[in-house]
Design a protein around this ligand. Structure first.
Ligand SMILES: C[S@@+](CC[C@H](N)C(=O)[O-])C[C@H]1O[C@@H](n2cnc3c(N)ncnc32)[C@H](O)[C@@H]1O
Length: 218
């Protein structure tokens, strides 16, 4: 009978191999659509977003990294079903044909630009519950700056989701260099009492956001 440690090791190995297979295959997240709009996500993470949003009922969801607008449209659809919530999504590039939705506001600029930050802060100060999703430039330096800027806006009980923590060999793209996972480590070391890493959100064994589901505690 295998020991618990051996079983755990085998599980981690299967997860790692499947994550690499899923990430590298061009027919998975590169070809995922929400009502016809490309959404660069693993659907199991989108399902977790839905569970988090329905549990925590954010009034405002801030997304850094719009791309085609598929994820913003997905978030707005969940808000529609719940009858609550607005989405503010930020990108340096304005892609053509982004979906228009009454709950979605598109902001153009860098997510760490002080002017963009001020606009988001004003929106956040006007509501009770704020959630943030970071999915823009995945370099450690940029994600760390985003964490410092947006972390304080997240309200207690709500989530700050750091996307694509799996790059830099965690376990995909080993040559990426320091990225979101390293930024999370640095931020949590600097702010140890603001967030907890909620590993229960990784229950499906496949996630692009391993260690990136952060729940605000204080
Ligand atoms: C991974 S894509 C976002 C995917 C989108 N959230 C989705 O799930 O479909 C990353 C986006 O971040 C944008 N980006 C890169 N650097 C940025 C920055 N400094 N501020 C805001 N957006 C940035 C890119 O233009 C790109 O559209």
């Amino acid at each position: 009978m295998p020991t618990r440690r051996a079983t755990e090791r085998r599980k981690r190995s299967v997860e790692s191999k499947f994550t690499n297979l899923y990430y590298d295959d061009p027919s998975t997240w590169r070809a995922t659509y929400w009502f016809g709009v490309h959404t660069a996500k693993c659907p199991l993470d989108l399902w977790i977003f839905q569970e988090i949003i329905s549990e925590t009922r954010p009034d405002l969801i801030v997304e850094a990294g719009t791309h085609k607008g598929g994820s913003a449209h997905f978030l707005a659809s969940i808000c529609d079903i719940l009858g609550n919530g607005e989405v503010v999504t930020i990108d340096v590039i304005e892609q053509p044909d982004r979906p228009q939705h009454p709950r979605v506001t598109y902001l153009r600029g860098s997510s760490t630009d002080p002017e963009v930050a001020a606009q988001v802060r004003r929106r956040a100060e006007a509501v009770e519950r704020v959630m943030v999703i970071l999915d823009s430039d995945h370099s450690e330096a940029h994600v760390f700056d985003e964490l410092c800027q947006f972390g304080p806006l997240v309200t207690p009980g709500c989530y700050l989701i750091v996307e694509d923590t799996i790059v830099n060999g965690n376990p995909v793209l080993p040559d990426f260099g320091p990225g979101p996972a390293e930024a999370v480590d640095r931020y949590l070391a600097q702010e140890p009492s603001l967030f907890v890493v909620d590993r229960s959100r990784e229950k499906f064994h496949l996630t692009f956001n391993s260690g990136g589901y952060l729940r605000k505690i204080g």
